[in-house]
Design a binder for this molecule. Structure first.
Ligand SMILES: NC(=O)c1ccc[n+]([C@@H]2O[C@H](COP(=O)([O-])OP(=O)(O)OC[C@H]3O[C@@H](n4cnc5c(N)ncnc54)[C@H](O)[C@@H]3O)[C@@H](O)[C@H]2O)c1
Length: 254
């Protein structure tokens, strides 16, 4: 399984949960992976797991809510390995559930800054490198919750809708070689576990395959999730929301 051989992937928030699963999966597919993460021990843990499995990993501590951190991890990855070919904007700062009237300003700002601005800054930092190489993939994590407008998640839903809009803009401005997609995480680990039991699940992990239709491999199964997140962040389903190339003809339309 070397579908990503020779590629460099940068995954934000890869210290646990879905980001960790993505990082491990990409490493298994042959990519060198930069684990960009707020918590040092989590970053190191994921990087160690990748190395223990024979992969190459770089652990960098970064807060995606700070532009200088985002610029630094992209620059450091490029300095170390020559490129960022795949960028996964996965990190997101969460707050407690609250009705709209009770969301503290700081909580809204955390979601917006870590989610929307962090994604935007990382896209800005990575896209020129992808354009220079004529190839790139940017995957931004969104959520079904935002599409539904789930109660108690106002600031999260707003941020995810913003990320989806940024991704669409990236698609239309993406004539430099970078393809852009959004992906929804699946928190329903039990369903993922049941849908991908044992060998069948493993076989799917080993066969990322081309992106096809709306639902595409790879999926991350329970195998890649431990501890607290075992119950809630066990699945990643790649869902292609937009065509992958920018279209010059549509530029300028709103
Ligand atoms: N888990 C779900 O059910 C679900 C569903 C839909 C979408 N998502 C999305 O998937 C992504 C990952 O979710 P998860 O459940 O794995 O989250 P998680 O909380 O388990 O893990 C997030 C990781 O990101 C790190 N992080 C948080 N803020 C950061 C920052 N400012 N800079 C760098 N790293 C930071 C955390 O330390 C943690 O390691 C998020 O974007 C989330 O919105 C999750």
């Amino acid at each position: 399984m070397d579908r990503l051989a020779g590629r460099v992937a940068l995954v934000t928030g890869a210290g646990q949960g879905i980001g960790r699963g993505i990082a491990l999966l990409f490493a298994r597919a042959g990519a060198r992976v930069c684990v960009a993460e707020l918590k040092e021990h989590r970053a190191e843990r994921t990087a160690l797991e990748i190395r223990a499995a024979g992969g190459e990993a770089l652990a960098l501590v970064a807060d995606v809510g700070r532009r200088e951190d985002v610029d630094r991890v992209v620059a450091e990855t490029v300095r170390r390995w020559g490129s960022v070919d795949v960028l996964v904007n996965n990190a997101h700062g969460f707050g407690a559930r609250a009705p709209l009237e009770d969301i503290p300003d700081e909580q809204f700002d955390l979601s917006w800054t870590s989610g929307v601005k962090g994604t935007w800054w990382a896209m800005c930092a990575a896209r020129p490198h992808m354009a220079a190489r004529g190839w790139g993939r940017i995957i931004n994590m969104v959520s079904l919750a935002a599409e539904r407008g789930d109660a108690g998640l106002g600031e999260y839903n707003a941020a995810k809708a913003g990320i989806a809009a940024l991704t669409r803009t990236g698609v239309r401005e993406g004539d430099g070689g970078a393809a852009h997609r959004t992906a929804r995480g699946s928190g329903d680990g039990h369903r993922a576990g049941r849908a991908l039991p044992g060998e069948r699940g493993r076989a799917l992990l080993d066969r990322p395959g081309p992106l096809r239709g709306r639902r595409c491999a790879p999926r991350v199964t329970r195998d890649h999730v431990s501890g607290r997140n075992r119950k809630r962040a066990c699945g990643v389903r790649w869902i292609v929301r937009r065509p992958c190339r920018g279209r010059r003809s549509r530029r300028g339309k709103r």
